[in-house]
Design a protein around this ligand. Structure first.
Ligand code: ASP
Length: 441
């Protein structure tokens, strides 16, 4: 078996956390390729090393003296090295980094050093080989991740390397300069390496025991989802649930490799398994509920629009011309609504309204603001009867008025539009109905 094992910043923030990581790795010889993040926060108002590096680099770019800032960053690593009693000095590395900061090696180079140095420390602690991500994670000349070339190069490179630490978050441009993914991107590195080495599982260790069925800020101790499909997770992440970088699904998805979200502080928990598909029935009809505020709806009335060919296309063209992406388009016989992000729309509203008048000559246009969208997501909804009924009843009992309801034909999700002020109540009512008080339990 091959396991690719990625640890997030909070799992590697101190010597004590690193020791837990060491125990986890040593407890299973299949954990062969290890992807570390940079040291994260040790306590809630601590600063992540990545943020310290960005600030330090910006200071260097402004011509400020960076000795103090650099010393603070070095101290974070020294604390870990001392706590683990490893015989390692990063002095030469820091001298080079300082020099390259002064020579403006770039913000990406700066940020990447967090993972790079942590990789060196972790490799020394474990006795694993260190492989610099710049050798195996490749971007093209436009700065886009080059998935196929990376896969070929990484696969060839790891054929002869049985155990290695590969820092997350960054890779190299064709000219050898460093390029990072977006924030949280070590998740993507782990996924890429999993694909390249044909891993049996991609383990992603963090500080929660898996994906939660609902935002823990809205419901106390929500249930951990045991198994979720890639598609369900996409829907939930899009709607605001965050446990994994959203691009991390794609590399493993090519090969159908499962992702296992685990908790470094509670290694006995099984966490969440993210899979392509499964015959295991979900515990409840819905897998999870998530949502976002800040939408508005542009409602267009026109008598007989149902028989006007091209009406919808012309409406959407106006949004495209104004560079606004739309979320949903619920429609009635003589009404057509377009839901968009309110912030994105606000600056362009008058152009859109004028454009719609020109494009489709409507009887009336009216706007509805401050809407929230809430998605209930679950592969268990397919062919299950009465889900929409239960949903509507639960919301009615909670005193929530549904402004819009939309079920995708895949029956994977139902989206309801409610007033922003009803958002929290909506999520809680859905969680209660479908998970907390679920009769299937
Ligand atoms: N260290 C980077 C960040 O803070 C990447 C990561 O942790 O995945 O965003």
């Amino acid at each position: 078996m091959i396991k690719v094992t990625k640890f997030g910043g909070s799992s590697l923030a101190s010597a004590q956390q690193m020791e837990k990581v060491g125990n986890i790795i040593r407890s299973d010889p299949d954990r062969k390729y290890i992807i570390p993040s940079a040291p994260g926060k040790r306590f809630s108002d601590d600063t992540k090393v990545t943020d310290m590096l960005y600030k330090c680099y910006d200071a260097a770019s402004d011509g400020e003296d960076i000795d103090g800032r650099m010393a603070e960053i070095a101290a974070r690593y020294q604390e870990i090295i001392d706590g683990l009693h490893i015989d390692l000095s990063l002095d030469d590395e820091f001298a080079l980094i300082k020099d390259l900061f002064k020579r403006r090696a770039g913000r990406d180079y700066a940020a990447s050093r967090g993972e790079y140095l942590n990789g060196i420390v972790l490799a020394a602690y474990l006795g694993y080989r260190f492989i610099d991500a710049k050798e195996v994670i490749l971007f093209d000349a436009h700065g886009n991740f080059d998935a196929e070339r990376t896969n070929d190069v990484a696969r060839a490179r790891f054929k002869s390397v049985e155990k290695a630490v590969i820092p997350g978050f960054y890779g190299a441009m064709p000219d050898g300069s460093i390029k990072t993914f977006s924030r949280g991107g070590s998740d993507i590195t782990g996924s890429i390496i999993s694909r390249a080495v044909h891993a049996n599982v991609y383990e992603n260790w963090t500080d929660v025991s898996g994906c939660l069925a609902c935002d823990p800020r809205l419901v106390d101790n929500p249930e951990v989802i045991e198994t979720v499909t890639y598609r369900e997770l996409r829907e939930l992440s899009y709607m605001g649930a965050s446990v994994l970088h959203e691009d991390a699904i794609f590399p493993v998805r090519v090969e159908g490799i499962p992702i296992n979200i685990r908790n470094t502080n509670r290694p006995e928990d099984h966490g969440t398994l993210i899979v392509e598909s499964t015959v295991r029935s979900p515990r409840h009809v819905i897998t999870g509920v998530a949502g976002r505020k800040g939408f508005c709806s542009i409602n267009i009335d026109k008598a007989m629009m149902n028989s006007e060919i091209g009406f919808g296309r012309r409406v959407l063209q106006v949004f495209e011309d104004n560079n606004i992406s739309f979320e949903h388009t619920p429609s009635g016989i003589d009404t057509f609504s377009v839901l968009v992000h309110q912030e994105e729309f606000a600056d362009k509203e008058q152009d859109v309204i004028a454009g719609l008048h020109r494009a489709v000559n409507p009887d009336n246009i009216y706007l509805e603001t401050d809407l929230a969208l809430v998605a209930i997501v679950g592969r268990g909804m397919k062919n299950a009867q009465g889900t929409a009924g239960r949903l509507c009843t639960a919301l009615a009992n909670a005193g929530v008025n549904i402004k819009m309801i939309d079920q995708g034909s895949s029956e994977l999700n139902i989206i309801v539009g409610v007033r922003d002020e009803d958002f929290e109540r909506t999520i809680r009512a859905i969680y209660r109905e479908f998970i907390e008080n679920d009769y299937k339990k």
